[in-house]
Ligand binder design. Structure first.
Ligand code: PGA
Length: 258
């Protein structure tokens, strides 16, 4: 039986761009327009503010059809890990998803596929939906390694990961070199890479799980002019938005395109 296509997923990654007060203000403004325009009928929205803003943003999302997410997680549930934040605390604060292995963390914090793997397991154990970011650098692309790199990140990050029947896993394909550049990749290319991701998953997960519980989304300079072209290309079924999610009017306009 064909699997019903879910509503497009739109996730906002606010990175370290906003203060707590700014995050709350933006969230309130987004929630108000999102509700007025009945956008929840057409898409699923999630916001990922900086850690210290999670509790305050959670307040603004109470009883609203908008998910809260974190931008990172540690792989142990508790213990002597100075500066880290656990899945238990994220859940307590009201998060339902967590971004894992973003290229900025891979680059600046030297996160490896092994760390990504442990973080995914930690998130799933606590019932958080992992949003695993994969993508090639410009140099890797230039040397013809794109598919290899993406495939390795998917397989090493996710091998052995088991999803309970109600759990979902999101894989965000984000070509590192277009993030924040204002210039997204060609939607057809993102679609091809999304297919490579599906192929890579087939080696490590049952097809029925891939079909029903894994979604592939695109991230990297998504804006009002290109969002539709990404979402019309299966298996892509959502977007991870950075810069274009930082201003309420612009972000609502982007979502209204769907
Ligand atoms: P961008 O960021 O939309 O600003 O390119 C996307 C991301 O890094 O997730």
């Amino acid at each position: 039986m064909p699997v019903k296509r879910p509503k497009p997923l739109v996730l906002a990654n606010w990175k370290m761009n906003l203060s707590v007060a700014q995050s709350v203000k933006l969230s309130k403004s987004l929630v108000s327009s999102f509700t007025k325009k009945k956008l929840a009928d057409r898409l699923t929205l999630g916001l990922a503010p900086t850690f210290p803003a999670l509790a305050a943003v959670a307040e603004t999302l109470k009883r609203k059809p908008v998910m809260l997410g974190a931008q990172d997680i540690f792989w142990k549930p508790a213990g002597p890990f100075t500066g880290e934040v656990s899945s238990v605390v994220l859940k307590e604060l009201g998060a339902s998803f967590v971004i894992i292995g973003h290229s900025e963390r891979r680059q600046y914090m030297k996160e490896t596929d092994e760390m990504v793997h442990q973080k995914v397991q930690a998130a799933l154990t606590e019932g958080l939906m992992p949003v695993v970011c994969v993508g090639e650098t410009f140099a890797q692309r230039q040397s013809g390694q794109k598919d290899l790199v993406v495939s390795r990140q998917v397989q090493e990050g996710l091998r052995g990961v088991e999803l309970a029947s109600e759990q979902q896993l999101i894989i965000a394909y984000e070509p590192v070199w277009v993030i924040g550049s204002g210039q997204a990749v060609e939607p057809a290319e993102a679609q091809d890479t999304a297919k490579v991701i599906v192929q890579s998953l087939i080696d490590i997960m049952p097809t029925s799980v891939i079909e029903r519980q894994v979604r592939i989304i695109y991230g990297g300079s998504v804006d009002t002019s290109n969002i539709q072209s990404f979402l019309s290309r299966r298996p892509l079924s959502g977007v991870l938005v950075g810069g274009a999610s930082l201003e309420a009017k612009r972000f609502i306009e982007l979502m209204s395109k769907l």
